[in-house]
Design a protein around this ligand. Sequence first.
Ligand SMILES: N=CN[C@@H](CCC(=O)O)C(=O)O
Ligand SMILES: [Zn+2]
Length: 413
Amino acid sequence: MATLFKNIKELIQVRTTPISFVSGDEMNILPTIKNAFLIVEDGLIANFGEMKECPIDDFTNVIDATGKMILPTWCDSHTHLVYAGNREGEFADRISGLSYEEIAENGGGIINSAKKLQQTSEDELYKQSEVRLKEVIQLGTGAIEIKSGYGLTAEAELKMLRVIKKLKENYPIEIKATFLGAHAIPLEYKENKTGYIDLLVNNIIPKVAQEKLAEYIDVFCETGYFSATDTKKILEAGKKHGLTPKIHVNQFTAIDGIQVGIQFNALSVDHLEVMRDIDIESLKKTNTMPVALPGCSYFLNIPYTPARKMIDAGLPIALASDFNPGSSPSGNMNFVIATACIKMKMTPQEAINASTINGAYAMGLETKTGTITKGKLANLILTKPINSYAFIPYSFGSNQIEKVYLKGIGIDG
Ligand SMILES: N=CN[C@@H](CCC(=O)O)C(=O)O
Ligand SMILES: [Zn+2]
């Protein structure tokens, strides 16, 4: 069962020697092969090279990619794709002048989503989430991290994580689950944050770990949510139960969350719209991936992560969608890449590296996906006929994807 893609105009993100991620100046290097072939066997990339070296075996399927390009599928390392209902009412309130913070203070925001989710059955939550998962696959995402965090009770958090597990069982996309019980302080604990942290530490985290429902642990380390000290306490409990941190930090204020993340060897620190020089300095020479979420900056009209400054300082960057009902109701990685180029001054090469190999690293999948490398999953984007890969971010809002292949199988919309 071998499939040959032939006459590929340009095969993008080709890495013959495995890499974990790229940083600094290396982010601007995107290796490609022009006029290429690629062979898929048993769901994996078996071989690739220049057309002049293409083997003349008997292939089960031959796909002529004349004029079209192939890239590894997008690796979206930060989403909240499992949620109930939507928050377009708050969207209208923001247009009328209320801020995201004011909406949250009035009982909207994450608390609003938690209320809806608690009242939604597991089956219904699965159905709503499945629609979004199918949509992002068609938009080129082949690996995705999904967080809990709209439950805020043991029962509802576990319900979310079971939905993520079911999606993982039923769809060919790679899915990683993150426990984000510390996403907001539930109304019942408004005057007793310590009580909620104790519940997380002594009850919910042990349950999540026991049922093996998550690999990562997240905390919204932010003024009005969880402080650096709270974050340490929660990450400590997560560590005790084998959960690796990937945390929300520096979205609105810099309160030393990055330093806590580094101290706990976080796989990633995400958002980073507000970055002090000390935060950039702290991230140097660490294994922690900084993750930018331009869709959130776009939607909330808040500053963009200073990616240019960070890359110029030698750091890596991953890009993710932050797909969620409150601050980024879109999981379209093509838009994320375009926005990173247009608003954050990342080059197309940097943005593609940030959305493939660096995104894969930010969810522990760098050995399985994120590059065109022999033995990796044949998770591929076949573009429509285009002149250059820069056309993908350039033509923002248009879809340049002809077909998505996961484990070598073409996914029908
Ligand atoms: N900032 C915290 N959490 C989400 C948004 C949550 C919401 O508004 O529902 C984020 O990453 O932007
Ligand atoms: Zn988020």
